[in-house]
Design a protein around this ligand. Structure first.
Ligand code: NAD
Length: 497
Protein backbone atom coordinates (compact mmCIF):
# COMPACT_ATOMS: atom_id res chain seq x y z
CA UNK A 1 0.00 0.00 0.00
CA UNK A 2 1.26 3.45 -0.83
CA UNK A 3 0.87 6.52 1.34
CA UNK A 4 1.05 8.75 -1.74
CA UNK A 5 -2.15 10.56 -2.71
CA UNK A 6 -3.67 11.27 -6.11
CA UNK A 7 -2.15 14.77 -5.98
CA UNK A 8 1.29 13.29 -5.17
CA UNK A 9 1.14 10.93 -8.13
CA UNK A 10 -0.06 13.70 -10.44
CA UNK A 11 2.87 15.86 -9.33
CA UNK A 12 5.29 12.97 -9.88
CA UNK A 13 3.78 12.39 -13.33
CA UNK A 14 4.48 16.00 -14.23
CA UNK A 15 8.06 15.77 -12.95
CA UNK A 16 8.85 12.41 -14.52
CA UNK A 17 11.61 12.27 -17.12
CA UNK A 18 10.58 9.58 -19.57
CA UNK A 19 13.03 7.75 -21.84
CA UNK A 20 11.63 6.78 -25.23
CA UNK A 21 14.69 5.50 -27.11
CA UNK A 22 15.72 2.01 -28.03
CA UNK A 23 18.50 0.31 -26.03
CA UNK A 24 21.22 -1.44 -28.01
CA UNK A 25 24.70 -2.51 -26.92
CA UNK A 26 24.22 -0.88 -23.52
CA UNK A 27 23.23 2.54 -24.90
CA UNK A 28 20.03 4.43 -25.53
CA UNK A 29 19.73 5.20 -29.20
CA UNK A 30 17.26 6.55 -31.76
CA UNK A 31 15.80 4.26 -34.41
CA UNK A 32 18.18 3.91 -37.36
CA UNK A 33 15.90 5.97 -39.59
CA UNK A 34 15.00 8.40 -36.78
CA UNK A 35 11.33 7.37 -36.82
CA UNK A 36 9.24 7.87 -33.68
CA UNK A 37 5.63 7.48 -32.61
CA UNK A 38 3.55 9.27 -29.97
CA UNK A 39 3.20 7.38 -26.71
CA UNK A 40 -0.26 8.43 -25.53
CA UNK A 41 -1.66 8.00 -22.02
CA UNK A 42 -5.16 6.47 -21.97
CA UNK A 43 -5.81 8.40 -18.75
CA UNK A 44 -6.20 11.75 -20.49
CA UNK A 45 -4.97 11.45 -24.07
CA UNK A 46 -1.71 13.28 -23.24
CA UNK A 47 1.39 12.51 -25.32
CA UNK A 48 3.87 11.21 -22.76
CA UNK A 49 6.95 11.00 -24.97
CA UNK A 50 8.09 10.28 -28.50
CA UNK A 51 9.16 6.66 -28.69
CA UNK A 52 11.68 5.25 -31.16
CA UNK A 53 9.82 3.35 -33.87
CA UNK A 54 12.33 0.63 -34.66
CA UNK A 55 12.45 -1.32 -37.90
CA UNK A 56 14.41 -3.99 -39.72
CA UNK A 57 17.73 -2.07 -39.53
CA UNK A 58 17.40 -1.82 -35.75
CA UNK A 59 16.52 -5.50 -35.50
CA UNK A 60 19.67 -6.26 -37.48
CA UNK A 61 21.85 -4.18 -35.18
CA UNK A 62 20.32 -5.53 -31.98
CA UNK A 63 20.59 -9.15 -33.09
CA UNK A 64 24.22 -8.61 -34.08
CA UNK A 65 24.91 -7.05 -30.70
CA UNK A 66 23.15 -9.92 -28.91
CA UNK A 67 25.01 -12.52 -30.99
CA UNK A 68 28.40 -10.93 -30.37
CA UNK A 69 27.76 -10.79 -26.63
CA UNK A 70 26.65 -14.41 -26.65
CA UNK A 71 29.65 -15.66 -28.62
CA UNK A 72 32.07 -13.69 -26.44
CA UNK A 73 30.98 -15.76 -23.43
CA UNK A 74 30.92 -12.66 -21.24
CA UNK A 75 27.50 -13.75 -19.95
CA UNK A 76 26.78 -17.11 -21.57
CA UNK A 77 29.87 -18.75 -20.07
CA UNK A 78 29.72 -17.04 -16.68
CA UNK A 79 29.42 -19.39 -13.73
CA UNK A 80 25.74 -19.82 -12.84
CA UNK A 81 26.41 -18.49 -9.34
CA UNK A 82 27.73 -15.27 -10.86
CA UNK A 83 24.69 -14.88 -13.14
CA UNK A 84 22.54 -15.54 -10.10
CA UNK A 85 24.10 -12.63 -8.21
CA UNK A 86 23.52 -10.27 -11.13
CA UNK A 87 19.90 -11.37 -11.62
CA UNK A 88 19.21 -10.81 -7.93
CA UNK A 89 20.75 -7.33 -8.17
CA UNK A 90 18.56 -6.66 -11.23
CA UNK A 91 15.47 -7.68 -9.19
CA UNK A 92 16.64 -5.48 -6.30
CA UNK A 93 16.94 -2.52 -8.67
CA UNK A 94 13.37 -3.02 -9.93
CA UNK A 95 12.21 -2.96 -6.34
CA UNK A 96 14.32 0.10 -5.54
CA UNK A 97 12.65 1.89 -8.49
CA UNK A 98 9.23 0.48 -7.76
CA UNK A 99 7.37 3.77 -7.57
CA UNK A 100 8.92 5.18 -10.74
CA UNK A 101 8.22 1.98 -12.68
CA UNK A 102 4.68 1.71 -11.33
CA UNK A 103 3.99 5.28 -12.38
CA UNK A 104 5.33 4.63 -15.88
CA UNK A 105 3.17 1.51 -16.18
CA UNK A 106 0.03 3.32 -15.05
CA UNK A 107 0.56 6.37 -17.25
CA UNK A 108 1.38 4.20 -20.23
CA UNK A 109 -1.41 1.60 -20.15
CA UNK A 110 -4.01 2.96 -17.73
CA UNK A 111 -3.98 0.34 -14.99
CA UNK A 112 -4.61 1.45 -11.38
CA UNK A 113 -1.46 2.64 -9.63
CA UNK A 114 -2.29 0.37 -6.67
CA UNK A 115 -2.10 -2.64 -9.00
CA UNK A 116 1.11 -1.47 -10.65
CA UNK A 117 2.63 -1.19 -7.18
CA UNK A 118 1.20 -4.37 -5.68
CA UNK A 119 1.12 -6.71 -8.67
CA UNK A 120 3.10 -5.66 -11.73
CA UNK A 121 6.41 -4.41 -10.43
CA UNK A 122 6.77 -6.93 -7.56
CA UNK A 123 5.70 -9.70 -9.96
CA UNK A 124 8.35 -8.63 -12.45
CA UNK A 125 11.05 -8.51 -9.76
CA UNK A 126 10.01 -11.91 -8.40
CA UNK A 127 10.36 -13.49 -11.85
CA UNK A 128 13.93 -12.19 -12.19
CA UNK A 129 14.84 -13.18 -8.65
CA UNK A 130 13.29 -16.66 -8.76
CA UNK A 131 14.99 -17.61 -12.04
CA UNK A 132 18.29 -16.15 -10.84
CA UNK A 133 18.12 -17.99 -7.53
CA UNK A 134 17.31 -21.27 -9.28
CA UNK A 135 20.09 -21.27 -11.84
CA UNK A 136 22.93 -22.53 -9.62
CA UNK A 137 20.76 -25.33 -8.25
CA UNK A 138 19.88 -27.08 -11.50
CA UNK A 139 22.01 -30.13 -12.31
CA UNK A 140 22.60 -31.85 -15.62
CA UNK A 141 22.26 -35.64 -16.04
CA UNK A 142 24.39 -38.72 -16.51
CA UNK A 143 22.61 -41.27 -18.69
CA UNK A 144 22.19 -44.93 -17.59
CA UNK A 145 24.60 -46.12 -20.27
CA UNK A 146 26.36 -49.46 -20.87
CA UNK A 147 29.52 -49.92 -18.80
CA UNK A 148 31.95 -48.77 -21.51
CA UNK A 149 30.15 -45.50 -22.20
CA UNK A 150 29.63 -42.23 -20.37
CA UNK A 151 26.54 -40.39 -21.52
CA UNK A 152 26.23 -36.76 -20.46
CA UNK A 153 22.94 -34.94 -20.91
CA UNK A 154 23.62 -31.24 -20.62
CA UNK A 155 21.66 -28.08 -21.13
CA UNK A 156 23.07 -25.20 -23.11
CA UNK A 157 21.64 -21.73 -23.68
CA UNK A 158 20.01 -21.47 -27.12
CA UNK A 159 21.84 -18.26 -28.06
CA UNK A 160 19.86 -15.22 -29.23
CA UNK A 161 16.31 -14.98 -27.91
CA UNK A 162 13.77 -12.53 -29.33
CA UNK A 163 10.99 -11.80 -26.84
CA UNK A 164 7.82 -10.12 -28.11
CA UNK A 165 5.41 -9.12 -25.36
CA UNK A 166 1.95 -7.53 -24.93
CA UNK A 167 0.65 -4.45 -23.17
CA UNK A 168 -1.61 -5.79 -20.42
CA UNK A 169 1.12 -6.53 -17.83
CA UNK A 170 3.98 -4.94 -19.76
CA UNK A 171 6.92 -5.36 -17.40
CA UNK A 172 5.72 -8.54 -15.72
CA UNK A 173 5.22 -10.39 -19.02
CA UNK A 174 8.65 -9.17 -20.15
CA UNK A 175 10.26 -10.44 -16.93
CA UNK A 176 8.57 -13.84 -17.15
CA UNK A 177 10.74 -14.17 -20.28
CA UNK A 178 13.82 -12.23 -19.16
CA UNK A 179 14.18 -14.18 -15.91
CA UNK A 180 14.75 -17.65 -17.38
CA UNK A 181 16.24 -16.38 -20.68
CA UNK A 182 19.00 -14.39 -18.98
CA UNK A 183 19.54 -16.76 -16.06
CA UNK A 184 20.29 -19.60 -18.50
CA UNK A 185 22.91 -17.46 -20.25
CA UNK A 186 21.19 -16.26 -23.41
CA UNK A 187 21.29 -12.84 -25.02
CA UNK A 188 17.89 -11.21 -25.52
CA UNK A 189 16.27 -8.72 -27.86
CA UNK A 190 13.06 -7.58 -26.18
CA UNK A 191 10.27 -5.97 -28.17
CA UNK A 192 7.62 -4.42 -25.92
CA UNK A 193 4.17 -3.60 -27.24
CA UNK A 194 3.88 -0.28 -29.08
CA UNK A 195 1.01 0.42 -26.65
CA UNK A 196 3.15 0.18 -23.50
CA UNK A 197 6.91 0.36 -24.18
CA UNK A 198 8.05 2.58 -21.32
CA UNK A 199 8.97 0.21 -18.48
CA UNK A 200 10.86 -2.15 -20.79
CA UNK A 201 12.91 0.80 -22.07
CA UNK A 202 13.61 1.97 -18.52
CA UNK A 203 14.69 -1.39 -17.08
CA UNK A 204 17.25 -1.97 -19.83
CA UNK A 205 19.39 0.62 -18.08
CA UNK A 206 18.81 -1.05 -14.71
CA UNK A 207 19.97 -4.35 -16.18
CA UNK A 208 23.31 -2.82 -17.13
CA UNK A 209 23.54 -1.18 -13.72
CA UNK A 210 22.99 -4.62 -12.16
CA UNK A 211 25.94 -6.03 -14.12
CA UNK A 212 24.35 -7.55 -17.21
CA UNK A 213 26.97 -6.87 -19.90
CA UNK A 214 26.15 -4.55 -22.82
CA UNK A 215 24.57 -6.43 -25.73
CA UNK A 216 23.09 -9.16 -23.54
CA UNK A 217 19.79 -7.28 -23.21
CA UNK A 218 18.60 -5.02 -26.02
CA UNK A 219 15.18 -3.35 -26.16
CA UNK A 220 13.53 -2.35 -29.44
CA UNK A 221 10.26 -0.44 -29.15
CA UNK A 222 8.14 -0.32 -32.28
CA UNK A 223 5.26 -1.91 -34.13
CA UNK A 224 4.57 -5.58 -34.63
CA UNK A 225 4.43 -5.41 -38.40
CA UNK A 226 7.81 -3.64 -38.57
CA UNK A 227 10.36 -4.55 -35.93
CA UNK A 228 8.36 -7.48 -34.53
CA UNK A 229 8.14 -9.09 -37.94
CA UNK A 230 11.82 -8.40 -38.65
CA UNK A 231 12.82 -10.23 -35.47
CA UNK A 232 10.47 -13.14 -36.19
CA UNK A 233 11.91 -13.54 -39.69
CA UNK A 234 15.53 -12.99 -38.65
CA UNK A 235 17.90 -15.78 -39.66
CA UNK A 236 20.09 -15.36 -36.58
CA UNK A 237 17.44 -15.44 -33.86
CA UNK A 238 17.50 -18.90 -32.30
CA UNK A 239 14.34 -18.75 -30.25
CA UNK A 240 11.26 -16.55 -30.37
CA UNK A 241 9.20 -16.29 -27.20
CA UNK A 242 5.90 -14.50 -27.35
CA UNK A 243 2.98 -13.42 -25.24
CA UNK A 244 0.03 -11.90 -27.04
CA UNK A 245 -2.96 -12.75 -29.18
CA UNK A 246 -3.62 -16.08 -30.84
CA UNK A 247 -3.88 -14.33 -34.21
CA UNK A 248 -0.32 -13.00 -34.01
CA UNK A 249 0.95 -16.23 -32.41
CA UNK A 250 -0.13 -18.17 -35.51
CA UNK A 251 1.59 -15.66 -37.76
CA UNK A 252 4.84 -16.05 -35.82
CA UNK A 253 4.83 -19.80 -36.49
CA UNK A 254 4.58 -19.00 -40.19
CA UNK A 255 7.48 -16.55 -39.97
CA UNK A 256 9.61 -19.17 -38.23
CA UNK A 257 8.82 -21.69 -40.94
CA UNK A 258 9.62 -19.16 -43.65
CA UNK A 259 12.97 -18.29 -42.10
CA UNK A 260 15.34 -20.39 -39.98
CA UNK A 261 12.91 -22.67 -38.13
CA UNK A 262 13.68 -20.79 -34.94
CA UNK A 263 12.03 -22.30 -31.88
CA UNK A 264 8.71 -20.59 -31.21
CA UNK A 265 7.05 -20.55 -27.79
CA UNK A 266 3.66 -18.93 -27.51
CA UNK A 267 1.55 -17.66 -24.64
CA UNK A 268 -1.67 -16.59 -26.33
CA UNK A 269 -5.28 -15.70 -25.64
CA UNK A 270 -7.99 -17.19 -23.45
CA UNK A 271 -11.72 -17.40 -22.82
CA UNK A 272 -11.61 -18.99 -19.42
CA UNK A 273 -14.62 -20.66 -17.80
CA UNK A 274 -15.40 -20.09 -14.14
CA UNK A 275 -17.71 -22.98 -13.14
CA UNK A 276 -19.89 -22.54 -10.06
CA UNK A 277 -21.67 -25.71 -8.93
CA UNK A 278 -24.71 -25.61 -6.65
CA UNK A 279 -22.64 -27.14 -3.85
CA UNK A 280 -19.96 -24.42 -3.90
CA UNK A 281 -18.73 -24.05 -0.32
CA UNK A 282 -19.17 -20.29 -0.15
CA UNK A 283 -21.33 -18.54 -2.74
CA UNK A 284 -20.47 -15.08 -1.44
CA UNK A 285 -16.75 -15.79 -1.94
CA UNK A 286 -17.46 -17.26 -5.38
CA UNK A 287 -19.39 -14.12 -6.33
CA UNK A 288 -16.59 -11.84 -5.15
CA UNK A 289 -14.08 -13.88 -7.11
CA UNK A 290 -16.27 -13.91 -10.24
CA UNK A 291 -16.45 -10.10 -10.15
CA UNK A 292 -12.72 -9.72 -9.62
CA UNK A 293 -11.99 -12.26 -12.36
CA UNK A 294 -13.58 -10.01 -14.96
CA UNK A 295 -12.92 -6.52 -13.57
CA UNK A 296 -9.30 -6.75 -12.39
CA UNK A 297 -6.96 -4.95 -14.80
CA UNK A 298 -10.07 -3.75 -16.70
CA UNK A 299 -10.62 -7.33 -17.87
CA UNK A 300 -7.41 -7.03 -19.90
CA UNK A 301 -6.13 -10.32 -18.52
CA UNK A 302 -5.36 -13.44 -20.55
CA UNK A 303 -6.87 -15.58 -17.78
CA UNK A 304 -9.89 -13.33 -17.19
CA UNK A 305 -12.83 -15.40 -16.00
CA UNK A 306 -14.90 -14.16 -18.92
CA UNK A 307 -17.40 -17.03 -19.00
CA UNK A 308 -19.29 -17.62 -15.76
CA UNK A 309 -20.90 -21.05 -15.89
CA UNK A 310 -23.57 -21.31 -13.19
CA UNK A 311 -25.58 -24.38 -12.21
CA UNK A 312 -29.18 -23.46 -13.02
CA UNK A 313 -30.58 -24.42 -9.60
CA UNK A 314 -28.62 -21.62 -7.84
CA UNK A 315 -28.63 -19.02 -10.58
CA UNK A 316 -31.43 -16.88 -9.15
CA UNK A 317 -29.63 -16.77 -5.81
CA UNK A 318 -26.09 -16.43 -7.10
CA UNK A 319 -26.28 -13.84 -9.88
CA UNK A 320 -27.51 -10.97 -7.68
CA UNK A 321 -24.45 -11.59 -5.49
CA UNK A 322 -22.17 -11.24 -8.53
CA UNK A 323 -23.93 -8.05 -9.64
CA UNK A 324 -23.57 -6.63 -6.13
CA UNK A 325 -19.89 -7.60 -6.00
CA UNK A 326 -19.23 -5.96 -9.36
CA UNK A 327 -20.60 -2.66 -8.02
CA UNK A 328 -17.42 -2.57 -5.93
CA UNK A 329 -15.36 -2.33 -9.13
CA UNK A 330 -15.70 1.25 -10.33
CA UNK A 331 -13.73 2.98 -13.05
CA UNK A 332 -11.76 5.99 -11.90
CA UNK A 333 -8.52 7.91 -12.32
CA UNK A 334 -5.78 5.25 -12.30
CA UNK A 335 -3.46 7.61 -10.41
CA UNK A 336 -5.87 7.62 -7.47
CA UNK A 337 -4.69 4.92 -5.05
CA UNK A 338 -8.35 4.12 -4.27
CA UNK A 339 -9.18 3.25 -7.90
CA UNK A 340 -9.58 -0.43 -8.74
CA UNK A 341 -10.63 -0.18 -12.41
CA UNK A 342 -8.51 1.99 -14.67
CA UNK A 343 -8.62 3.07 -18.31
CA UNK A 344 -8.54 0.75 -21.32
CA UNK A 345 -5.20 0.85 -23.07
CA UNK A 346 -6.15 2.83 -26.20
CA UNK A 347 -9.02 3.92 -28.42
CA UNK A 348 -8.71 0.79 -30.55
CA UNK A 349 -9.25 -1.42 -27.49
CA UNK A 350 -12.10 0.82 -26.33
CA UNK A 351 -13.83 0.40 -29.71
CA UNK A 352 -13.25 -3.36 -29.63
CA UNK A 353 -14.81 -3.72 -26.18
CA UNK A 354 -17.79 -1.46 -26.99
CA UNK A 355 -18.23 -3.41 -30.24
CA UNK A 356 -18.51 -6.69 -28.30
CA UNK A 357 -21.04 -5.14 -25.90
CA UNK A 358 -23.09 -4.15 -28.94
CA UNK A 359 -22.73 -7.66 -30.38
CA UNK A 360 -23.98 -9.17 -27.10
CA UNK A 361 -27.06 -6.95 -27.14
CA UNK A 362 -27.75 -7.75 -30.79
CA UNK A 363 -27.46 -11.49 -30.11
CA UNK A 364 -30.20 -11.16 -27.48
CA UNK A 365 -28.15 -11.39 -24.27
CA UNK A 366 -29.33 -9.12 -21.43
CA UNK A 367 -27.16 -6.54 -19.70
CA UNK A 368 -27.49 -6.94 -15.91
CA UNK A 369 -25.07 -4.15 -15.04
CA UNK A 370 -22.78 -1.76 -16.92
CA UNK A 371 -22.68 -1.76 -20.69
CA UNK A 372 -21.56 1.83 -21.28
CA UNK A 373 -18.52 3.96 -21.77
CA UNK A 374 -18.03 6.23 -18.75
CA UNK A 375 -16.02 9.26 -17.55
CA UNK A 376 -15.69 10.47 -21.15
CA UNK A 377 -15.33 14.08 -19.95
CA UNK A 378 -11.90 13.22 -18.49
CA UNK A 379 -10.53 12.45 -21.93
CA UNK A 380 -9.80 8.94 -20.63
CA UNK A 381 -10.92 5.57 -22.00
CA UNK A 382 -13.20 3.92 -19.45
CA UNK A 383 -15.85 1.20 -19.76
CA UNK A 384 -18.23 0.10 -17.00
CA UNK A 385 -17.73 -3.51 -15.87
CA UNK A 386 -20.54 -5.35 -17.61
CA UNK A 387 -22.48 -8.59 -17.08
CA UNK A 388 -24.47 -10.30 -19.82
CA UNK A 389 -27.02 -12.90 -18.76
CA UNK A 390 -28.79 -15.28 -21.11
CA UNK A 391 -25.65 -16.04 -23.10
CA UNK A 392 -25.38 -19.21 -25.15
CA UNK A 393 -21.89 -20.55 -25.64
CA UNK A 394 -22.26 -20.23 -29.40
CA UNK A 395 -22.55 -16.43 -29.22
CA UNK A 396 -19.64 -14.30 -30.33
CA UNK A 397 -19.28 -12.82 -26.82
CA UNK A 398 -18.84 -16.36 -25.43
CA UNK A 399 -16.43 -17.59 -28.09
CA UNK A 400 -14.10 -14.65 -28.71
CA UNK A 401 -11.65 -13.03 -26.35
CA UNK A 402 -12.97 -9.53 -25.59
CA UNK A 403 -10.08 -8.41 -23.40
CA UNK A 404 -12.25 -5.98 -21.49
CA UNK A 405 -14.53 -6.05 -18.44
CA UNK A 406 -17.39 -7.98 -20.07
CA UNK A 407 -18.70 -11.15 -18.42
CA UNK A 408 -20.93 -13.74 -20.13
CA UNK A 409 -23.18 -15.83 -17.87
CA UNK A 410 -24.10 -19.29 -19.14
CA UNK A 411 -26.33 -21.81 -17.31
CA UNK A 412 -25.83 -25.58 -17.04
CA UNK A 413 -27.64 -28.52 -15.45
CA UNK A 414 -24.97 -31.21 -14.94
CA UNK A 415 -21.24 -31.56 -14.46
CA UNK A 416 -20.93 -33.19 -17.89
CA UNK A 417 -22.69 -30.26 -19.53
CA UNK A 418 -20.51 -27.77 -17.62
CA UNK A 419 -17.32 -29.45 -18.84
CA UNK A 420 -18.60 -29.66 -22.42
CA UNK A 421 -19.40 -25.94 -22.45
CA UNK A 422 -16.15 -25.06 -20.69
CA UNK A 423 -14.07 -26.89 -23.29
CA UNK A 424 -16.07 -25.59 -26.24
CA UNK A 425 -13.80 -22.72 -27.35
CA UNK A 426 -10.55 -22.64 -29.32
CA UNK A 427 -8.75 -21.66 -26.12
CA UNK A 428 -7.43 -23.60 -23.13
CA UNK A 429 -5.60 -21.23 -20.84
CA UNK A 430 -7.33 -21.43 -17.46
CA UNK A 431 -10.49 -22.55 -15.68
CA UNK A 432 -11.97 -22.53 -12.20
CA UNK A 433 -14.30 -24.90 -10.38
CA UNK A 434 -16.30 -24.15 -7.25
CA UNK A 435 -17.60 -27.18 -5.35
CA UNK A 436 -17.38 -28.69 -1.86
CA UNK A 437 -17.30 -32.18 -3.35
CA UNK A 438 -13.66 -33.29 -3.53
CA UNK A 439 -14.24 -35.99 -6.13
CA UNK A 440 -16.25 -33.67 -8.33
CA UNK A 441 -13.51 -31.04 -8.06
CA UNK A 442 -10.85 -33.53 -9.16
CA UNK A 443 -12.99 -35.10 -11.87
CA UNK A 444 -13.85 -31.71 -13.33
CA UNK A 445 -10.28 -30.42 -13.09
CA UNK A 446 -9.08 -33.48 -15.00
CA UNK A 447 -11.69 -33.06 -17.71
CA UNK A 448 -10.93 -29.39 -18.31
CA UNK A 449 -8.61 -28.71 -21.23
CA UNK A 450 -6.70 -25.83 -19.64
CA UNK A 451 -3.14 -25.10 -18.53
CA UNK A 452 -4.22 -23.86 -15.09
CA UNK A 453 -7.23 -25.01 -13.06
CA UNK A 454 -8.25 -23.34 -9.81
CA UNK A 455 -10.51 -24.94 -7.25
CA UNK A 456 -12.59 -22.75 -4.94
CA UNK A 457 -10.57 -19.70 -5.93
CA UNK A 458 -9.75 -17.73 -9.05
CA UNK A 459 -6.29 -16.92 -10.35
CA UNK A 460 -4.00 -18.57 -7.82
CA UNK A 461 -0.34 -19.22 -8.59
CA UNK A 462 3.20 -18.01 -8.19
CA UNK A 463 6.65 -18.61 -9.67
CA UNK A 464 6.73 -22.22 -8.41
CA UNK A 465 4.17 -23.58 -10.92
CA UNK A 466 4.21 -23.55 -14.73
CA UNK A 467 1.82 -21.24 -16.56
CA UNK A 468 0.60 -21.55 -20.13
CA UNK A 469 -2.04 -22.87 -22.42
CA UNK A 470 -3.61 -25.90 -24.07
CA UNK A 471 -5.05 -25.69 -27.60
CA UNK A 472 -4.89 -22.24 -29.21
CA UNK A 473 -3.82 -20.62 -25.95
CA UNK A 474 -0.26 -21.56 -26.83
CA UNK A 475 2.58 -23.98 -26.16
CA UNK A 476 5.37 -24.21 -23.63
CA UNK A 477 5.23 -22.74 -20.17
CA UNK A 478 6.35 -19.59 -18.40
CA UNK A 479 7.38 -19.65 -14.72
CA UNK A 480 8.84 -22.52 -12.67
CA UNK A 481 11.81 -24.64 -13.78
CA UNK A 482 9.73 -25.82 -16.77
CA UNK A 483 10.26 -22.36 -18.30
CA UNK A 484 13.97 -23.18 -18.65
CA UNK A 485 13.03 -25.67 -21.39
CA UNK A 486 12.33 -22.76 -23.73
CA UNK A 487 15.73 -21.23 -23.30
CA UNK A 488 18.00 -24.27 -23.39
CA UNK A 489 18.94 -26.99 -25.85
CA UNK A 490 19.60 -30.50 -24.59
CA UNK A 491 22.87 -32.03 -25.69
CA UNK A 492 23.82 -35.71 -25.42
CA UNK A 493 27.60 -36.30 -25.26
CA UNK A 494 28.77 -39.94 -25.58
CA UNK A 495 32.25 -40.75 -24.29
CA UNK A 496 33.77 -44.15 -25.06
CA UNK A 497 35.52 -45.41 -21.96
P1 NAD B 1 -0.92 -8.74 -29.87
O1 NAD B 1 -0.82 -10.14 -30.35
O2 NAD B 1 -1.68 -7.77 -30.67
O3 NAD B 1 0.54 -8.12 -29.69
C1 NAD B 1 1.51 -8.76 -28.90
C2 NAD B 1 2.88 -8.33 -29.38
O4 NAD B 1 3.07 -8.82 -30.70
C3 NAD B 1 3.07 -6.82 -29.45
O5 NAD B 1 4.38 -6.50 -29.03
C4 NAD B 1 2.91 -6.54 -30.93
O6 NAD B 1 3.56 -5.39 -31.37
C5 NAD B 1 3.51 -7.78 -31.54
N1 NAD B 1 3.08 -8.08 -32.92
C6 NAD B 1 1.90 -7.78 -33.51
N2 NAD B 1 1.91 -8.18 -34.80
C7 NAD B 1 3.12 -8.75 -35.02
C8 NAD B 1 3.74 -9.34 -36.17
N3 NAD B 1 3.10 -9.44 -37.33
N4 NAD B 1 4.99 -9.82 -36.04
C9 NAD B 1 5.65 -9.74 -34.86
N5 NAD B 1 5.12 -9.17 -33.76
C10 NAD B 1 3.87 -8.68 -33.83
O7 NAD B 1 -1.49 -8.85 -28.38
P2 NAD B 1 -1.79 -7.66 -27.38
O8 NAD B 1 -3.04 -6.99 -27.84
O9 NAD B 1 -0.57 -6.86 -27.15
O10 NAD B 1 -2.06 -8.45 -26.02
C11 NAD B 1 -3.26 -9.02 -25.71
C12 NAD B 1 -3.22 -10.50 -25.95
O11 NAD B 1 -2.19 -11.10 -25.17
C13 NAD B 1 -4.49 -11.21 -25.52
O12 NAD B 1 -4.86 -12.13 -26.50
C14 NAD B 1 -4.08 -11.92 -24.24
O13 NAD B 1 -4.85 -13.05 -23.93
C15 NAD B 1 -2.68 -12.26 -24.53
N6 NAD B 1 -1.94 -12.55 -23.30
C16 NAD B 1 -1.61 -13.84 -23.04
C17 NAD B 1 -0.92 -14.15 -21.86
C18 NAD B 1 -0.52 -15.56 -21.56
O14 NAD B 1 0.35 -15.74 -20.71
N7 NAD B 1 -1.07 -16.57 -22.21
C19 NAD B 1 -0.58 -13.13 -20.98
C20 NAD B 1 -0.94 -11.83 -21.28
C21 NAD B 1 -1.61 -11.55 -22.46
Amino acid sequence: MTTLTLADWQQRARDLRIEGQAFVQGQYTAAADGATFDCISPIDGRVLVQVASCGAADAEQAVQSARAAFESGIWSRQAPARRKAVMIRFADLLEAHKEELALLETLDMGKPISDSLAVDIPGAARALRWSGEAIDKVYDEVAPTPHDQLGLVTREPVGVVAAIVPWNFPLMMACWKLGPALATGNSVVLKPSEKSPLTAIRVAQLAVEAGIPPGVLNVLPGYGHTVGKALALHMDVDTLVFTGSTRVAKQLMVYAGESNMKRVWLEAGGKSPNIVFADAPDLAAAAEAAAGAIAFNQGEVCTAGSRLLVERSIKARFLPLVVEALKGWTPGNPLDPATNVGALVDTQQLDTVLGYIEAGREAGAQVLIGGQRTLEETGGLYVEPTIFDGVSNAMKIAQEEIFGPVLSVISFDSAEEAVAIANDTPYGLAAAVWTADLSKAHRTARALRAGSVWVNQYDGGDMTAPFGGFKQSGNGRDKSLHAFDKYTELKATWIKL
